[in-house]
Design a protein around this ligand. Structure first.
Ligand code: 5AD
Ligand code: SF4
Length: 458
């Protein structure tokens, strides 16, 4: 008699992720909490049993893009139903948080709408959605800690990993939706962060990027139960054997305290690359943005960071055309960029987010003028990025090799400054941190040679 055991085939989960690294991290955590229900990741939305659209509210026309993507997913869902199957469709992330009711009203075929604070409840929502005909909505800001509910057995992330230590923001920059969509600042306790970091390292991660909307405002409970600081957390993480590299993003200049600046000089494992958004170089605009720092404050912080860690490279975010920004204000932004010198930057045209103070402010800047300013700014930023990459040529720098390169016989990794680095070399370099000599600096990457190759060529 053939008594083969019956196994339930895995259910297919397709996750579409838009937006920042926090969303990438959250998507991985959602996959983790659904794994015990039998969901395994699938690259294809068409034959998925569940599709999660993890949305981002920062970008222009965010809500419209969600509805357009939902229109496409609806067709896939219908096709699957016609074939006798079922597809659970969930919308997560910041648009779900901000527009939950509107999504269910305009897209009733969506089964689940969940905000960023409620991912741990996803298995229950899926179970309810599987039974119920009506949709399930959960976009509360619960007081309990969503992180406490996430399973320990998270999937390995590989050599470079992300770890969310802080969520939300109390800064209320006039242009930004994050304080409304992600809620108030909340920091995970140090013990929970260290435990997750140790697990990631045990799973093979060698570089961890600490994430938070306002990561340097982290003030989780320290070892003694009292609120700690990011500088102290970084020092504690640096004690973990086999954690070679530590990074953190995104920071606010106001929270760059003395201890954190000192940590950049004292903790060798803290990488010499910092993303520190400045947004504008004009004090008038910075005040209108409610940034609570001046251009001089920012430059002073940069100077102190570089005094602590001379090889520190900076990246930033800049907005052009914020309400009230004149040509002179924009010129001040260009001047600040020239003075600070950025290795990398993200630049945006201001775009109104409904419900934020800047959206209703006088002095909205003409679209064509914003375009012109953005082009001028980006030309300068490109110049700085290329100059920085070229300045690396001739240096011998440690590269964390993470995988095969683009071409056969190549391996690829990351420089301390987050550049992708390509080297002709053996696959056994993957998983090592190896010094290599930079021989070419391109717009977005570096080419290097191994020391032996260099000798062979000499
Ligand atoms: N318009 C343009 N850029 C914005 N950002 C946030 N909100 C807006 C907006 N309304 C940019 C900021 C922030 C980055 C993540 O996105 O520069 O630092
Ligand atoms: Fe938004 Fe960052 Fe300002 Fe917070 S600090 S309101 S996340 S731009």
């Amino acid at each position: 008699m053939n008594d083969a055991p019956t196994t339930t085939p895995p259910k297919r989960l397709h996750v579409i992720t838009w937006g920042c690294q926090m969303n990438v991290y959250d998507s991985a955590r959602m996959a983790d909490v659904l794994a015990p229900l039998g969901y395994a990741p699938s690259p294809d939305a068409g034959d998925a049993d569940m599709v999660i659209l993890n949305t981002c509210h920062i970008r222009d026309r965010a809500t419209e893009k969600v509805f357009s993507e939902l229109g496409r997913l609806r067709l896939l869902k219908l096709a699957r139903e016609q074939a006798g199957g079922r597809m659970i469709l969930a919308v997560a992330g910041c648009v779900a948080q901000a527009e939950g009711e509107q999504i269910l009203a305009r897209a009733p075929f969506v089964d689940i709408v969940l905000g960023p604070q409620t991912y741990h409840g996803l298995p229950e929502m899926v179970a309810r959605a599987s039974r119920a005909a009506g949709a399930v909505i959960d976009t509360e800001f619960p007081t309990e800690d969503k992180f406490d509910h996430l399973p320990d057995a998270a999937a390995p992330q590989g050599l470079t990993a992300f770890l969310t230590i802080q969520e939300g923001c109390d800064k209320f920059c006039a242009f930004c939706v994050v304080p409304y969509t992600r809620g108030a600042e909340h920091s995970r306790p140090q013990a929970a962060v260290l435990a997750e970091a140790r697990r990631l390292v045990a799973q093979g991660s060698r570089e961890i990027t600490l994430l938070g909307q306002n990561v340097n405002a982290w003030h989780g409970a320290g070892a003694d139960g009292a609120p700690s600081s990011l500088g102290r957390l970084v020092r504690a993480l640096a004690e973990i054997p086999d954690l070679w590299r530590i990074r953190y993003m995104t920071s606010h200049p106001r929270d760059m305290d003395d201890d954190l600046i000192a940590a950049h000089g004292e903790v060798a494992r803290l990488m010499p690359f910092l993303h520190l958004p400045v947004q504008s170089g004009s004090d008038r605009v910075l005040a209108a943005m409610n940034r609570r720092h001046t251009a001089a404050d920012y430059l002073r912080i940069v100077e102190r960071l570089r005094a602590a860690r001379p090889d520190l490279a900076l990246s930033t975010d800049v907005i052009v055309g914020h309400p009230g920004e004149s040509r002179a204000d924009f010129a001040a932004t260009l001047a600040l960029v020239r003075q600070a010198g950025f290795a990398q930057a993200f630049s945006f045209k201001y775009s109104a987010r409904p419900g934020t103070p800047a959206a209703a402010a006088p002095g909205q800047v003409d679209e064509a003028e914003k375009d012109a300013r953005l082009q001028e700014l980006q030309a300068l930023l490109r110049e700085q990025q290329t100059a920085f990459n070229r300045s690396c040529v001739g240096l011998t720098v440690p590269v964390l090799f993470t995988g095969p390169g683009r071409h056969p016989g190549q391996v690829a990794g990351r420089s301390p400054w987050l550049h992708p680095v390509h080297v002709t070399g053996p696959a056994m370099l993957i998983g090592t941190e190896t010094p290599v000599k930079i021989v070419a600096g391109h717009t977005n990457s570096l080419t290097a040679t191994l020391p032996q190759q260099e000798r062979a060529c000499a």
